[in-house]
Ligand binder design. Structure first.
Ligand code: HEC
Length: 143
């Protein structure tokens, strides 16, 4: 019985070393990062359904469009009437500021006109941000 246990632990060890080898190989070939990138982005796009009531990637609606939002100064999308609060926040949208804003918009920007309660799940916010980060000119969702 004990012998069996020892054997299965041994096999498990061998297998995990082998798997790690494959993992390292895939990483070296640059295969894994692609896979790791696309899954959260797809998830993020499905979470974006929460935003579609007011936003669209490609054009301004109740809320400003999101193409090119990543790296941009808050409240700087041309042709959109922002609240004074967002303009004067002087935030620049990066992972950290987007995470804070999406968690509780009115907490980080008191007086913002984004009347959205926020998303408490950090994982969902991270995937949404992964998707937002891909929205640059040339992305098919931006057309
Ligand atoms: C009820 C409508 C509504 C919903 C739902 C909503 N937003 Fe907004 N959003 C707005 C409005 C309005 C603004 C402009 C805020 C201001 O001027 O203070 C805004 C602004 C923003 C900005 C700042 C953009 C910039 O150009 O500075 C980001 C980022 C943003 N929203 C992300 C999201 C995301 C992601 C979701 C979905 C999880 C979402 N919003 C859901 C209405 C909404």
């Amino acid at each position: 019985m004990i012998c069996r246990r020892v054997m299965s632990v041994f096999v498990y060890c061998i297998l995990s070393v082998w798997n790690n080898g494959i993992y390292a190989q895939e990483q070296a070939l640059g295969l894994l990062p692609e896979v790791q990138k696309t899954i959260p982005v797809q998830e993020g796009k499905s979470h974006y359904a929460m935003c579609l009531g007011c936003h669209s990637p490609g054009y301004n609606r109740t809320g400003p469009k999101h193409c090119g939002v990543f790296g941009r100064l808050a409240g700087s999308q041309e042709g959109y009437q922002y609240s004074e609060a967002l303009i004067t926040s002087l935030l620049r949208w990066n992972r950290h500021t987007l995470d804070l804003f999406l968690e509780a918009p009115t907490k980080i920007v008191p007086g913002t006109s984004m009347t959205f309660a926020g998303i408490s799940d950090a994982g969902v916010r991270a995937q949404l941000i992964d998707y937002l980060a891909t929205l640059a000119p040339g992305h098919k969702d931006c057309e």
